[in-house]
Design a protein around this ligand. Structure first.
Ligand code: 4AD
Ligand code: MG
Length: 503
């Protein structure tokens, strides 16, 4: 066997009628007496390979029939179009070679709990779910780089070991740096600001770290963030930049990853709507919405809907449990068992939402101007909109020291947060930066920071200070939103969370 006609699954469409070799892993296999249906995955897609008894040696037929899930192999066969097959093409097998036999692969087609899957992330990578998310994450990162590179931005790599804090002091990871304390960076912003004064338009893109003591579905302790920073921009310019970036990312994913979006059950119609302009609300408008009757009614309607969902799930569970008690085929029993696991976890989720709804309604009703928006407040606002929502002009006391005070209303800052739609919450945070030296010193002191530590940062306000600003977009939150994942831990290859680091 030569390798000259080796192709990958993604290329099968160009080889209909021809003999090719596929190299991959056995994703799933089943037999119906004289025919084997082997689904092979090769990193570019899935292909059903048909092995008919008599078309290969009896010995090979028996070997393939017993082949364990995730064994590696090469198969030779003729490509034929088959609408009903995954990917639209299948292979009529004439020969095969087993590269390495796998027995007892721990992740079976039955459903597993999330804890088990996280402990097996090194293998779970091979699932259609993680593979699809990985492909989309790749597109998102590629789109981000392309967007900035094609628009005259210069990439600046900012340090990971840093001496000063960019965000909340309490979320710093300390590192013993030859006997002195340093910490892992929370943001590249402060450093990239200095680069903006040299290059004009810049961005940094790297891992960032937050020792956040929150075990929510939106928080990782290590995540990737892209941070553009622009000299001579204003808040309107930043809003435009943010909506253009997010729209470009959504369009690239729609262009390159439709089939992966479908595999993940993502809402394609919602993504198709992601085009400028996005909604723009001030913090004060959001505070008014949260305490309005409209929000009260919206949440009451949501509670009714959740109760209906709960009833539907419960009756389906009862139906399946009844079937399991009777005499049914083994494959049907396994299928039911897998569905039951999913339904029970869905039920637990709906129960939590039903329990939280009145709490969130109360938090919203009692929202007072000056407080930071909580996770539930963000969720409510983003659920009430079909496109992303910018929230600007936050109270000064709720935000970081570097944000520029609005000269027309000193109580608020010129900031922007972007809330993704469908309840996903914040994916972008940014602002205009305080560019007046003395005001910045006052803010540093007010927040109990030591101005001495920020000397170099203050220099930027001494030597040719200009209005400037930028923002950070979190990669995992963006991917989770685009792929409709409930938890961002699915959206980074090896998640680091407060309570656990698995592998
Ligand atoms: O709003 P944040 O904290 O803003 C900054 O760090 C600014 N210094 C950025 C800038 O202006 N250059 O974080 C920005 C984004 C959030 O909107 C979110 O998408 C993501 O980073 N993010 C997290 N993602 C996952 N886990 C966490 N713990 C995150 N914290 C922030
Ligand atoms: Mg933020």
């Amino acid at each position: 066997m030569t390798n000259s006609n080796a192709v990958c699954v993604e290329q099968l469409k160009d080889h209909a009628g021809r003999e090719v070799i596929l190299k991959g892993w056995l994703y799933r296999g089943r037999s119906s007496g004289k025919v084997l249906f082997l689904i092979i995955r090769d990193g570019t897609g899935l292909c059903q390979c048909i092995v008919e008894k008599g078309k290969v040696s009896d010995e090979l037929f028996e070997q393939l029939k017993r082949l364990g899930q995730e064994s590696s192999l090469t198969v030779t066969g003729t490509v034929r179009a088959e609408e009903r097959s995954v990917g639209g093409y299948e292979l009529a097998v004439t020969d095969a070679q087993i590269v390495s036999q796998a027995d007892g692969y721990p992740i079976t087609p039955k459903a597993h709990g999330i804890d088990f899957l996280l402990r097996h992330r090194h293998l779970h990578f091979r699932s259609q779910q993680q593979w699809s998310i990985g492909k989309i994450r790749h597109t998102v990162i590629d789109a981000i780089r392309r967007f900035f590179n094609d628009d005259g931005y210069t990439l600046i790599d900012t340090p990971i070991l840093t001496a000063i804090a960019g965000e909340e002091q309490q979320s710093l990871f300390e590192v013993d740096y030859f006997g002195s304390p340093l910490h892992l960076t929370q943001t590249g912003q402060l450093h990239v600001e200095s680069a903006a004064m040299s290059f004009g338009k810049v961005y940094c893109f790297g891992p960032t770290f937050r020792a956040e003591k929150s075990k929510t579905r939106r928080h990782l302790t290590e995540f990737w963030m892209v941070e553009p920073e622009v000299a001579f921009i204003d808040l309107d310019g930043l809003l435009e930049l943010g909506e253009n970036l997010v729209s470009f990312i959504a369009a690239q994913v729609l262009k390159n990853n439709k089939s992966q979006l479908e595999t993940l059950g993502a809402d394609i119609a919602v993504l198709e709507k992601i085009k400028p302009p996005f909604y723009r609300l001030t913090y004060t408008e959001v505070a008014d919405i949260l305490t309005s009757e409209r929000t009260r009614d919206f949440l009451a309607g949501q509670l009714e809907e959740l109760k209906n969902q709960k009833q539907q799930i419960e009756s389906r569970i009862a139906e399946l449990e009844e079937q399991q008690k009777g005499q049914i085929k083994q494959w049907k029993r396994d299928k039911n068992a897998a569905e039951l696991i999913e339904l029970r976890s869905e039920l637990a989720e709906v129960d939590t939402k039903i329990e939280n709804n009145p709490k969130h309604a109360q938090l919203a009703a009692e929202f007072r101007w000056g407080k930071d928006l909580g996770g539930s407040d963000e969720t409510i606002i983003s659920q009430m909109h079909d496109k992303p929502v910018f929230v600007t002009h936050y109270p000064k006391q709720a935000k970081a020291f570097y944000m520029k005070a609005d000269r027309d209303n000193e109580d608020v800052v010129l900031n922007l947060d972007l809330l993704a739609p469908a309840g996903f919450g914040e994916i972008i945070g940014g602002s205009m930066r305080e560019d007046d030296h003395d005001r910045l010193v006052a803010r540093i002191n007010e927040q109990g920071l030591d101005a001495e530590d920020y000397k170099w940062y203050l220099d930027l306000r001494k030597y040719g200070s200009v209005p400037h600003g930028g923002f950070g977009l979190g990669v995992e939150r963006t991917v989770a939103w685009i792929t409709s994942q409930k938890h961002i831990r699915q959206c980074i290859p090896f998640p680091r969370m407060m309570d656990k680091v698995y592998i």
